[in-house]
Design a protein around this ligand. Sequence first.
Ligand code: SAM
Ligand code: SF4
Length: 324
Amino acid sequence: MVGARDPELVRPPFDRQGRSFRTLRLSLTPVCNFACRYCDPESSPGKEPVPITRRPADFYLRLVERLLEVTPLHTVRLTGGEPTLYAQLASLVAGLAALGLSRICLTTNGFLLESQLEALKAAGLTDLNVSVDAIEPAVFERVTGRGGLDRVLGAIDRARGLALPLKINATIMRGLNDCQVLPVFEQFAAAGIEVRFLELMKMGPLQTNHEQFFFSEAEILARICERFTVRRLERQPSATATLFETGDGRRFGIIANHSAPFCSDCDRLRLDHEGRLFGCLSSAIGYTVPDDKHALIATLKGALEEKQPQRFTGSALSMRSIGG
Ligand code: SAM
Ligand code: SF4
């Protein structure tokens, strides 16, 4: 259970900027059934990959348990690749809930989600982020390399029916889906669902042409302001998204890695599908999790040192491999 920390180790590792790890992003597989233009345009989706069991749920649970002994983690976000391809997802969620974590979240493309929702909710999933980059089917297919918007929307309806708290992620690329900013916002806002627009990050396939496709926070806001008045809300500490509210009370967020970087109070730690720790998205080095608590603290300190001081500058890794 959370709280069973060694009294000698009550002060968790902090870096020079006072940052420590409180939220964990656990990437369950680098495999995906989509081929999003900003993440993995070279893969060939269509054939459904077989469910993945390379590492059993117990493997990840033991690692999280060890981390909980020395860090004040309160949230685990399950991601990938596509986490709904991981065969033991519901058992893993149940195990994480039993460890006492206050939030267990899932980020998914939603294509395989609907049939898993009931089991995930029963296991203790607390909230969901579903990626929907376009509401027009042809644009959705152009971004994701695969059709299936109707299936994703069906899963979203089912999640609402189960009263699972839900947000939408929409990553915007100039010339590809910037025409969808208003339609995505209006469709989901009308249903009372908050959208998080993501500025494109210079990762993986975008190393050479990021500038060409980048669509800024100001440009996203300008699109929303074509139809709504908007006010900026106060940013919460360690939050990735800046929140906004329209004159008629609809909320949305923008995760503006480039325009409004949030590295200075970042509290995120990453664990990849092989159980390697990463202190920052920009780090290419993964650490193994030592058994010994003091060695683990030293490892976490090393991982904290790898965080960017102020802003993310890019990574050759795709989000798919390190976990978005
Ligand atoms: N497959 C799941 C999904 O798409 O939601 C989970 C993994 S995906 C890597 C997590 C999030 O990262 C998605 O919302 C996706 O849009 C976002 N993402 C991936 N590559 C990105 C990039 N280069 N810039 C900004 N967001 C990105
Ligand atoms: Fe797959 Fe998610 Fe990457 Fe799209 S963003 S290719 S759905 S891992």
